[in-house]
Design a binder for this molecule. Sequence first.
Ligand code: DHB
Length: 373
Amino acid sequence: MLHRDGIDSLVLERQSRAHVLERIRAGVLEAGTVDLLRAIGLGERMDREGHPHDGSAIAWEGKPRFFIDTKKYTGKRMMAYGQTEITKDLYAARDAVGGPIIDEVSNVALHALTSSKPYVTYEKEGQSRRIDCDYVAGCDGYHGVSRASIPSDVLRTFERSYPFGWLGIMSETPPYPDLCYCYHSRGFALASMRNPMLSRYYIQCDLDARIEDWPDDRFWEELKARCPKDMADSIVVGPSIEKSIAPLRSVVAEPMRYGCLLLAGDAAHIVPPTGAKGLNLAVSDVFYLTRALTETLKSSRTHHLDRYSETALRRVWNAERMSWWLTMLIHQFPDEPPFERRLRENQFDYLHVSEHVQASLAEQYVGLPFEGY
Ligand code: DHB
């Protein structure tokens, strides 16, 4: 996006390209993400290979399955298309214009961030190097150097962890037709997809679960035990091609700007995977970030730059609240007080009967607009 606006940029990446392209992440794109990818010329393969979807089912143990019709309530469509595929498309777009990506770098450090001459140092193949720049976009994830470069008396972190993780698998099998969230006394389960021959499934697991203890057979058996019988019977099983465990947590670091450093994506915030907001939030951050840098570098006005943190955080907190709410609604919490259990059951009951609540969930699920809500 910076390139399209005539602004030079250089990407530093700690890993190799092969490693980045191997990592499987979430893959449900909000309508705004889909629109933005199309607008910047990255929609072609997504439109060809992605799977549009118009809502999600919720299967609550002991109740009939029902469908939250996001298309009906919002008029917008979402898309199942893997984050890894978007990364592939981004690499291709970058290569096509000869944009530099320097990978396998180490010891990245950010300097003079509150001056007008910031610079970045790093090592590559044993040699130290330096880049002078105008701005640093900190898109280096939660464990990256960017957020850690903001002084602790400036940064505030808000955090919530959850007492479980998600065990996910990818398998080259036809997916269950609907994206379906299952609430069950054995634990949460989710059926999702990437394309007509690639399925993605998750089950809630203990925090100390180990991949070695979850051979495919055990995974499929547990998944099916948590789904309604007709759904379990129609799930096509096969060998997994990827299996991973992720803990669930919610984190927001504020502010998202410090001098010439602008944080984006997981460098500033983490959402639990429930609701698939992580990638979409990174995309909206990048939208605001590009708008701010383009305005400032092309016109010397700083209206959007001055508001970057506030604007991005408003949308971030919305997704934080939505993913927290869906996480609380749909999981089993060990040792949960009975009062809270009843509240959860009532939340679901209210969602089930009220078109207003369904419309509200649909609006957030499909993604709030980047501006003007
Ligand atoms: C995925 C899909 C979801 O709807 C979700 O809430 C989390 C993850 C996925 O396909 O990876």
